[in-house]
Design a protein around this ligand. Structure first.
Ligand code: SF4
Length: 396
């Protein structure tokens, strides 16, 4: 069964004002090397608690049947994803070392998708060339906005020209599967500012775009700036207009929306991220990494120094493990996808008619124009995408 491998690299050049990820500022190359050692050790000593056959059975047919055997070799990863943080701060030698351990441990399929998240102004023609030679065949980099004023506000540590240069360097190095992220709903951002961002994104013509609305996380510098009124609080109605503009603009430019926040040219959907929405197993390594083995979700320690200590002394940094309600997750993750939830498959897997089970709630949502049934799939309408959290809440 195809699984995904996620590798968390927590280091960044500086910390962005809105960030609440598990990241550390890259200060000491010795500490980074020690982290890479710990990550390699965690991968080497990993063994799943159930076999690929069991995972397949749990996910795709009988959620009540489990065997206790573990058969690592039967999981054949078809995606490897370096996420962060800023994985492009690692040297090609460090990336090579990690990939070698992954290949030694797993039977990785030949046409594996290997993605690396990058940030502008952290790569050179030489490092990009090296990553390509190591098999990295997809780049995902954080542009966030092409507006230098907003980049300063977000403390991104790069300007818009750095993003344009990074895109050109990726193309020159032969990357033909490039994605970048943009954020809408920034403080002070107007509809016309957002339109300029969309225009520039479309003009660059990446294969894939991830477009998010700004989320404010308490405890971040940006949250404090908004609380103290040093920055204007973003208007949710304006953010909704931005979302609708994005749907129209990207559809006109030939991008398919395949998930609430993700758009691609045909055939360039993120194979790795699709695993999360389709409930396929993803084995995640590194600080704060979250895994799903087909039955349980589990997570590692969130503090980098503690993670390294735990791996060095105890071989495991796991701090959370829980069974998940697969039937619920199948629905609310499936609703994130443009196609929606396959009602026939839901009935086959879980022995329940979804439309009957949630008859009253779904009827209300349908009358409110939030969901619709098309070709045997329950899916969000355009309006439903704007109020998706309210729809998801039914199934949690
Ligand atoms: S680059 Fe990403 S992970 Fe790093 S500090 Fe900024 S938002 Fe956080």
């Amino acid at each position: 069964m195809a699984a995904g491998i996620y590798l968390h690299i927590p280091f960044c050049k500086s910390r962005c004002s809105y960030c609440d990820f598990a990241t550390d500022v890259y200060r000491d190359s010795g500490a980074v090397e020690r982290y890479v050692d710990a990550l390699c050790k965690e991968i080497t000593e990993f063994s799943p608690q159930m076999s690929a056959d069991d995972a397949d059975r749990v996910i795709h047919s009988d959620p009540h049947h489990l065997r206790s055997s573990a058969a690592l070799s039967s999981f054949s990863p078809d995606t490897v994803y370096f996420g962060g943080g800023t994985p492009s701060l690692l040297s090609p030698g460090q990336i090579e070392r990690i990939l070698k351990v992954v290949h030694d441990k797993f039977v990785v399929i030949a046409d594996v998708e290997i993605t690396m998240e990058m940030n502008p102004a952290t790569v050179t023609p030489e490092t990009l060339q090296s990553y390509r030679l190591l098999g990295v065949n997809r780049a995902s980099f954080g542009v966030q906005t092409f507006d230098d004023r907003a980049l300063k506000l977000l403390a991104r540590g790069h300007d818009a020209n750095d993003a344009r240069t990074t895109f050109a360097l990726l193309r020159a190095a032969g990357f033909d599967n490039v994605s970048f992220d943009l954020i809408a709903g920034l403080p002070g951002q107007t509809l016309s500012d957002w339109e300029k961002n969309l225009d520039e994104a479309v003009a660059l013509s990446p294969e894939h775009l991830s477009l998010y609305l700004l989320e404010i996380h308490s405890g971040t510098p940006l949250a404090e700036q908004l609380r103290s009124k040093r920055q204007p609080t973003p208007d949710p109605e304006l953010a909704a207009e931005m979302y609708e503009m994005m749907l129209d603009r990207l559809a006109a430019a030939g991008y398919d929306q395949y998930e609430i926040s993700n758009f691609s040219r045909r055939g360039f959907e993120s194979r790795h991220n699709s695993k999360y929405w389709k409930l396929d197993p993803v084995f995640a390594f590194g600080v704060s990494a979250h895994s799903f083995d087909g039955r349980q979700r589990y997570a590692n320690e969130r503090d980098t120094a503690k993670y390294v200590d735990l791996i060095e002394s105890a071989d495991s940094a796991e701090v959370m493990r829980e069974d998940i309600d697969i039937a619920s997750e199948f629905v609310f993750l499936g609703l994130r996808l443009e196609k929606g939830v396959d009602l026939g498959e839901y009935a086959r897997r879980f022995g329940i008619d979804l439309m009957k089970k949630y008859e009253a709630e779904l009827s209300e949502m349908r009358n409110g124009g939030l969901v619709e049934t098309v070709c045997g799939h329950l899916r969000l309408t355009r309006k439903g995408k704007l109020f998706s959290n309210e729809v998801f809440a039914i199934f949690v």
